[in-house]
Each structure stands twice: as structure tokens, then as C-alpha cells.
Design a protein around this ligand. Structure first.
Ligand code: UN1
Length: 501
């Protein structure tokens, strides 16, 4: 069976007819990064279709906001069940469309199920606070209300999970959700949207609580500029966030940005080297280095630098690279040839800075048309510009440090602040790192990627400052109203002010 036939079968499992997908606008021909073969063409949405989807989501909000939150939770519960029933098919589509290996694709779909579980619980726990009023016979409270339409812009590398972090939470918060997925991943978005549509029908929710906008940058721009969209939650490059942020702010909309990372591990002399190396290989080479949480910098104590580099190089040399549909593969293809060009250019720059490519960096011929590379390990004398720039490809730069303060300074020198890890058995070092690493996610004896959905996900500095997923990230999807309720029967002004009588 060809990849195209397999894809068509998978799409039919989601009730989608491979010959008629998407909107009535420009066709978006797709290719699988696995072998460059053609995928079913998807139509982008026309201007009129985009306007219609946004208007419908706005109208649906009026009904959805008044639906009790635990009832809204039933929609997300059903969605989670349906995702569970189609877990393997959705994971296969992820693999075919973006090249993620089977186990990671299943993990991505598991994240969707997990966030649905979390959101269902949340639907009974959107707690506000009450606080003592300074006035007698008064009550002071804050209540969280639905915000409006949430526009989700997602990237190719987590084509479905990132939508679900936003959508599951936003839906129980009483918002409606319009999704602009990556142009490179419309099929997984269509499959996911069909599951949401089924869940909506099964529980009798308003059909337009979830909308899908397919197309290029222009489609995203309409959503970014639309006053009908209360919150734009965007995942992608810092360059994209630099445009989206101010545009949404100029109309006083809200943004939640989850942008680039340049994530580092600090490897100390007391670390368990086996544990550290295993953990780092997944973080650096997993998803072919195409996670926003991918490990890109190793800051290692000089006394263990040779041993660490040696073990990493050996692990890199034996990484099975190839067809992500083969269960033995650990490193699948890069998403496009352009990703490899960026990788090659970064490696050239590193070499001209005096860096030594210790392992990998070359294209690997796996006998298929895709773009396969061996992850690269590069020893650097210092953190030059190329090290401090995020290249969305599997490159791990290694720099040595002599004392711990220097390691912390090297760590925080990146302009992004998503995730970090320290490997140490020294509790003081661990605590100091947790307290001073300026990242949104900071780990001990765990590398930079593979966060659980229970915590808030996102980062500082050029990562954009947004938080998605668990903990109290739900507050970004709601508006807070502070209420004073006077049951005293008289007028009392706050701060003891008297005004006439
Ligand atoms: C991303 O790369 O945009 O922590 C998200 C992780 C995953 C999510 C990554 N749970 O690596």
C-alpha cells in the first residue's frame, strides 16, 4: 500500500473524503516528509469562509458562555474519549504528515487525552476568591467569566497537541475556539476537527464552538487583526511572535505566546553520567531536534566534558535514522529541505567560529526521498552568536565551564527562556539552578523536553511569556470580574471617604 493510499484510509476513519478536503480557496498541495510523496490536496479557506467562521464562533460564544462549566466539561470529556478511540490513526497521520516517529506521535496524542482529562476536572474548579471587605455589610469577590473567541495558531512540530492544550481548556472556560494550523499539517487538523465535530454533535453543543481556518499567512492575519477574537494563542518562531504580539496589542486583544527556545542542560561533576546522557540524547535528537523544548546547548563542567562528549558521540553514531513508520527508528526526517539548509549553514558558522563537529551533521540516505540527517554534536570554545540563536534542527552545542556561577551565566545568556535542566547530585547546585535559571520550565536530573501537561507550559524572554496547559494557565482564557456586593442598606465609601451626607 502506498503512503497516499494509507493516508486516504486513515482520513476515511475520521469521516473525511480525501478528494474533497478543506475550503473552497487556493489548493494547498501537501507532501509527506517521509519520502516526499504527495498527500491529498487540501483547499485553503476563502476570505468569505474565514469571515463566516469567525462570525459563527462569535455567535456560538453567546450561547456557550451561558452553558454551565461542568456541562461544557461534558464536551471535552467526549472529545477525549473520541481521541482515545482513534489514537493510533491520529498518531499515524501525525507521522505521515510531519515525520514524527510512532512512539512520539502516540505520545503527542496521549498529551491530547491527558489535557482533556485535566480540563474536565477543571470544569468544576474554575475557582475565584473572596476577600474580606473593609466595609461592614459588604462582600468582595472575584469571579472568572468566559473571555470570547480564542484564536489558536499552531506549528508543524506538535500539529495536534498544542491545539488541544488550548482548546480543551478554552472550551471548559466557556470560550469558542478557531484554529489556524500550520500549512504543513492540515490533514491532522482536519482529522482532529472532525473528532471535535462528533463530540459536539454527541453532547448537543453549539456546532460553531470549534472552527478551523486552513491557509497561509493571510488567513492567520485576518484572525490576528479581528476584533472578534479576544485571545490569540500563538505557537511558533520568535519572529512570528514579534509580529503577532504588537498587532494584537494594538487592538487591545490578548496574546498568549509560546515562541522559540534555546534550551540548555548544565552537566555538573557529580552528575550520574549514564542517566544524563540517556536523557539528553532524547532531548537533543528526539523529534529530530524539532521541538521548541529540544536540547540545543550543553554547558558541561570541564572535568567531565570529554567523557560526556565521548558518550554522546557514541550514542549519536548508533541512532537509528530513517522511516518514522518503522518502529525501530528513533530519528525521522526533517520537515523540509530548508530545515537542513538552515542546519548546514549553522554548522558552517559554528566551524568558522572555531567549533568542532564531533558527530553527525551530514545527510543520511535512507533510500527514500525525505530529508534525513544525523543529529550533530558540536564542541565550541564559547557561546558565539550561532550558539545563542535557535536553529530548528538537531544540533547540540557543547561549551565547558569552570565554576558554577559561570555555568549559570552561560545558561542565562540566551535571549529565549523556555526550558532547562541540570544534572547533579549536589542539592545546593540544584536549588541554585532552580532559583536562578530564567526559564519557564526548569528541571533537575531531567533534560529539557517532554514536559507533562499538568504544569504550566511556556517560557520567558523571547519565548513570549505565555503559559498554556495545566496549573492555573486556564486564567489566560477567562476574564476576571471583581465584585462588591453591598447588603448593609447604607452607603459606605471605601478608604473612609465621606462625600456629603
Ligand atoms: C513544542 O515543541 O511546541 O515538553 C511543544 C515537550 C512537549 C511539548 C513540546 N510536551 O517537549
Amino acid at each position: 500500500m502506498t503512503l497516499a493510499e494509507r493516508t486516504a484510509d486513515l482520513l476515511r476513519e475520521f469521516g473525511l473524503e480525501p478528494d474533497f478536503l478543506g475550503g473552497a480557496g487556493e489548493p494547498m498541495p501537501g507532501r509527506s516528509p517521509i519520502d516526499g510523496s504527495e498527500l491529498p490536496t487540501v483547499g485553503s479557506h476563502t476570505e468569505a469562509e474565514v469571515a463566516e467562521t469567525l462570525a459563527a464562533a462569535s455567535a456560538a460564544f453567546e450561547e456557550w458562555r451561558l452553558t454551565p462549566a461542568p456541562v461544557r466539561g461534558r464536551l471535552v470529556k467526549r472529545l477525549g474519549e473520541l481521541i482515545g478511540e482513534h489514537k493510533q490513526a491520529l498518531a499515524d497521520l501525525v507521522t505521515i504528515e510531519v515525520g514524527k516517529i510512532g512512539s512520539e506521535a502516540l505520545g503527542e496524542v496521549q498529551e491530547m487525552i491527558d489535557i482533556c482529562d485535566l480540563a474536565v476536572g477543571l470544569s468544576r474548579q474554575l475557582f475565584g476568591r473572596t476577600m474580606p471587605s473593609e466595609r461592614s455589610g459588604h462582600r468582595l469577590q472575584e469571579v472568572w467569566h468566559p473571555l470570547g473567541v480564542v484564536g489558536v495558531i499552531s506549528a508543524f512540530n506538535f500539529p495536534v497537541a498544542v491545539w488541544s492544550w488550548n482548546a480543551a481548556v478554552a472550551l471548559v472556560c466557556g470560550d469558542t475556539v478557531v484554529w489556524k494550523p500550520s500549512e504543513l499539517a492540515p490533514l491532522t487538523a482536519l482529522a482532529t476537527s472532525s473528532l471535535l465535530a462528533r463530540a459536539v454533535a454527541d453532547v448537543g453543543a453549539p456546532p460553531a464552538v470549534g472552527g478551523l481556518l486552513l491557509g497561509g499567512r493571510d488567513v492567520g492575519e485576518v484572525m490576528v487583526d479581528s476584533p472578534q477574537v479576544a485571545l490569540i494563542s500563538a505557537t511558533g518562531s520568535t519572529r512570528m511572535g514579534r509580529e503577532v504580539g504588537p498587532r494584537v496589542a494594538s487592538r487591545f486583544g490578548r496574546v498568549l505566546l509560546e515562541l522559540g527556545g534555546n534550551n540548555a542542560v548544565v552537566l555538573t561533576p557529580s552528575a550520574d553520567l549514564d542517566l544524563a546522557v540517556n536523557s539528553m540524547v532524547f532531548a537533543a535528537a528526539g523529534t529530530a531536534g524539532q521541538r521548541c523544548t529540544s536540547l540545543r546547548r550543553l554547558i558541561v563542567h570541564r572535568s567531565v566534558a570529554d567523557a560526556a562528549v565521548d558518550r554522546l558521540a557514541r550514542a549519536y553514531a548508533s541512532l537509528p535514522i530513517g522511516d518514522p513508520l518503522d518502529p525501530a527508528t528513533l530519528v525521522g526526517p526533517l520537515i523540509t529541505d530548508r530545515a537542513f539548509e538552515a542546519m548546514a549553514a549553522a554548522l558552517d558558522e559554528a566551524r568558522s567560529d572555531g567549533g568542532e563537529v564531533v558527530a553527525g551533521g551530514e545527510r543520511v540516505d535512507v533510500g527514500a526521498g525525505g530529508c534525513y540527517v544525523r543529529p550533530a554534536l558540536v564542541r565550541m570554545a564559547s557561546q558565539t552568536a550561532v550558539v545563542l540563536r535557535e536553529t530548528f534542527a538537531p544540533i547540540l552545542y557543547v561549551v565547558a565551564y569552570d565554576d558554577f556561577d559561570e555555568a549559570l551565566a552561560l545558561h542565562n545568556a540566551a535571549s529565549q527562556g523556555l526550558s532547562a535542566g541540570i544534572f547533579t547530585r549536589d542539592q545546593a547546585e540544584a536549588e541554585l539552578f532552580l532559583a536562578t535559571a530564567d526559564t519557564g520550565i526548569t528541571n533537575v536530573n531531567v533534560a529539557t523536553s517532554g514536559a507533562e501537561i499538568g504544569g504550566a507550559f511556556g517560557g520567558e524572554k523571547e519565548t513570549g511569556g505565555g503559559r498554556e496547559s495545566g496549573s492555573d494557565a486556564w486564567r489566560a482564557y477567562m476574564r476576571r470580574s471583581t465584585n462588591t456586593i453591598n447588603y448593609s442598606g447604607g452607603v459606605q465609601l471605601a478608604q473612609g471617604v465621606s462625600f456629603g451626607s
